[in-house]
Write a protein that binds this ligand. Structure first.
Ligand SMILES: NC(=O)c1ccc[n+]([C@@H]2O[C@H](COP(=O)([O-])OP(=O)(O)OC[C@H]3O[C@@H](n4cnc5c(N)ncnc54)[C@H](OP(=O)(O)O)[C@@H]3O)[C@@H](O)[C@H]2O)c1
Length: 336
């Protein structure tokens, strides 16, 4: 490896996991406000395979132009190697974690030995957890936080005209669909931390895992339709979303809320009739919110579960694991 290059996973074309290439790429140059991170671990997330596949399931107007070759990924944990002269919050040697530049599309990304990240996207890694667990936290944790607790920014919402507004959780019944996945397992813990009664929906193998994380009730969706079993719920966070999310309208109380995390809801008239608020948002990078989440991770109030770990060079196997479904927690790549 020459002095200005690093190993990275890059795409030269769209396709299946086989198009992920482990190869040399230039080490990103620092711009104003940025921190160069020596990456120790990378958390993988659905947008990574949406990009790999050419965003084929997104509406055409949502598909950004992709300049090949491109590095994938947003979530990292690592050590600060260098800082731009105007960086205030971090110094060389700090351990940091963050979701880098999401949802915008930058030239530096996570599946690499080095990533250049805006300092505003980062927080100090909680000292009590390792890089693998910290790398699993940012996108899933920020999604759960921005849907359930606090949006943390005033940028326009690309998914609806109005801003997404979390609802009070204390003493409320909250159903989380897809509860064992990246977003779901952190949402279960955050809703419990906020004092909600939590109903977790997942396939049966995740029951003891979710009860250990604090779920009060568990519904195995492979045995019972959760929308028929649960009733009088105040809030449904549907981490699957999509067109099937409307079935949860009948699960909710009048005045309740349905938060789908993926596009596809189309029953606005029915929701209005039932007085149910349907709202969604797109997760955004946010260092200050990660500081707050980091406190909970450090205290053990919230923990990141690890589904599986692969070396960066085996990103293909990690994507194949993701395609197999039934993820419990997070898939993480380690970087030597
Ligand atoms: N709006 C945003 O900004 C935003 C941000 C992050 C993620 N997302 C979206 O959120 C979704 C979830 O992301 P993630 O990272 O949590 O994914 P993930 O880690 O892959 O988790 C998905 C989970 O859903 C469960 N599941 C699958 N089918 C199910 C069903 N029919 N009913 C209930 N559970 C089911 C899976 O396990 P079992 O089937 O074994 O239960 C798995 O644990 C993705 O579509 C992603 O694109 C949106």
């Amino acid at each position: 490896m020459s002095i200005n290059t690093m190993k990275a996973i890059r795409l030269h074309e769209f396709g299946g996991p086989e198009v992920l290439r482990y190869e040399e790429a230039p080490i990103p140059e620092l711009k104003s406000g940025e921190v160069l991170i020596r990456v120790h671990a990378v958390g993988i997330n659905p947008p990574d395979w949406y990009l790999r596949e050419g965003y084929k399931d997104l509406p055409p107007e949502w598909r950004p132009p992709v300049p090949f070759p491109v590095i994938l990924g947003s979530d990292v944990s690592g050590v600060v190697e260098a800082v731009a002269t105007d960086v205030q919050s971090f110094s060389v040697g700090d351990e940091v974690f963050g979701m880098v530049r999401f949802p915008s599309f930058g030239e530096s990304a996570a599946y690499a030995e080095y990533v250049a990240a805006p300092e505003s996207d980062l927080a100090l890694k909680p000292a009590g957890i390792d890089h693998i667990h910290a790398a699993g936290a940012p996108m899933a944790g920020l999604t759960a936080w921005q849907f359930l607790i606090e949006l943390g920014h005033s940028e326009a919402n690309p998914l609806q005209p109005e801003s997404h507004r979390p609802v009070p959780l204390s003493g409320k019944t909250v159903l989380i669909n897809g509860a064992a996945g990246g977003v779901g397992h952190l949402a279960v813990q955050l809703a419990k931390w906020k004092g909600a009664h939590v109903i977790a929906v997942a396939s049966g193998k995740h029951e003891s895992f979710l009860r250990e994380l604090g779920a009060d009730e568990f519904i195995d969706y492979t045995k019972y339709p959760p929308e028929d079993v649960a009733q009088d719920v105040d809030l449904v966070l549907d981490t699957l979303g999509g067109p099937t999310t409307s079935r949860f309208l009948r699960t909710l109380k009048r005045g309740g809320a349905l938060f789908p995390v993926f596009l596809g809801f189309s029953d606005a008239e029915e929701a209005a009739k039932l007085d149910v608020t349907v709202s969604m948002t797109q997760v955004r990078s946010n260092g200050p919110l990660l500081v707050e989440l980091g406190r909970l991770l450090n205290a053990g109030t919230v923990r990141v579960a690890i589904d599986s770990i692969f070396p960066l060079a085996d990103a293909r196997k990690a994507h194949e694991r993701a395609a197999g479904g039934h993820i419990q927690g997070k898939i993480v790549l380690t970087v030597e």
